[in-house]
Ligand binder design. Sequence first.
Ligand code: F3S
Length: 390
Amino acid sequence: MYLTREEEALYDGELGWANQTCMRILVRLGELFGAQRLIPIGSAHVSGVSFKTLGDAPIEFLKTLADSGARVKVRTTLNPQSLDSQYLRQRLREGLQEPQLQILSQFERMGLTESLTCTPYYLHRSAKDSHHAWAESSAVVYSNSVLGAWTNREGGPSALAAAIIGKTPDYGIHRAENRVPNVAVKVETKLRDETELGALGIFLGKTLGDKIPAIKGLPKTQRDELKQLCAAIATTGMTNMFHMDSATRTREHERIGVDSNQIEHTVEDLSTASVDQPDLVFLGCPHCSLKEMERIARLVEGKRVKAGMEFWVCTSCHIKQAAVDCVRKIESAGGHVLDGVCTVVSWTEELGIETIMTNSAKTAYYAPTLNKAEAILAPVRDCLKAALQG
Ligand code: F3S
C-alpha cells in the first residue's frame, strides 16, 4: 500500500504509540482488501459502545489509547450504550452501570461526542459522494443507499482507528466500480408498512450475501420507513448498499423476485411469541427521527399505557431535546422516551421482560438471542393498539 511521508511517520511510531497502532490497523485492513492508499474521511461513527454487547475486556485498550494521547481528527459519533440517562439508570443495578460509564469516559477523553445513536445522519448531514468510516450496519446501508455518502461497513476498532488518523483504506464501496448493482430484485407485492419493508430486508439479507441489489417495486415511501429496510438487510447479510432508482442498470443478469408469501413468512418467522400481550412495546430501532417522534406523540396523546406494560421509544439525546413536546405527551401517557440506548443493546432480561413487541424487523430478529425474549413484529399502529388502553 502506498503511504505518504506523513503516513509513514505515523506507521513507524514517530508520532506515538496510539497513532502507530491506529495506522497499523488501517494498513493491515487495506492490505487484506487490496487498497492502494488511504483516503481522507469526513466523519466516523464508532460501534461497540454498549457494555452489554462489548463486555469489559476492551476498557483497558480504550484507556491505553486515551492515555497515549489518541484524539479523533474528524467528527466522530458513537453508537447507543446499554443505559439511558434517566429511566434505566434508576432501574438497573449499580454493577451494570459502572463499567458502562468507564467505557464512555475513555471515548470522551479521545474527543468522541456522546451522541450515542445509531442514526447519526439526523445529527449531521453527510454530503453526497463524500467518504466516511462508519460502523453500525444500519447506518452504513442508509448512508450509501439513501444519502449517497460512501462508507464501508467498519468494525468498532477500524472506525475508531480511522477517526484518530482521519483516513480510511480505499477499498470496497469507497470505489465507484464496486457500487454498481450486480443483482436485480423485483418486489412483486405491495409492501404495506415499515414492518414489511423490514421483512423484505431480512429476506434479502439472507438471500443476497454481500451482493448489491437494484430493487424495483418499492413503494413510494418516507426515508424514515426506508430505515427499516436498511437495518434489516444488514442484519442477516453483508449487503452494504442497494439502489432503488428504476433506471439503474445491473452489471449482471441475476434476477430475484420477492412475492407476498415470502414477505408474510418472514414476518411470521420473526414473530416468535407464544402470547398476545407483550411485556414491552418498543419503537425506535433504528433511533427515531423528529418526525417519527411527532407521529408517535400524536397517536398516544390523551391515552394511557396499559397497567403492567412497558412502552419505550428510543432516540438520541439530540432528537429528545428537540422534541420536548412529544416527550411530554408520550410520558404523560405512561411511556418512556429513552435516549442513547435501545432494547437490543440493553439489559431487558434484568427487568423481567420476556416478550417484546416492535415494528422493527431487526429488533425482532435479535430479541430471542440478545434479549432472551420472544418477539411480536407489527407496524406502529398495532404496537400502539397493544400498548394503550381502550
Ligand atoms: Fe439502533 Fe439498537 Fe436497532 S443500535 S439499529 S436501535 S438494534
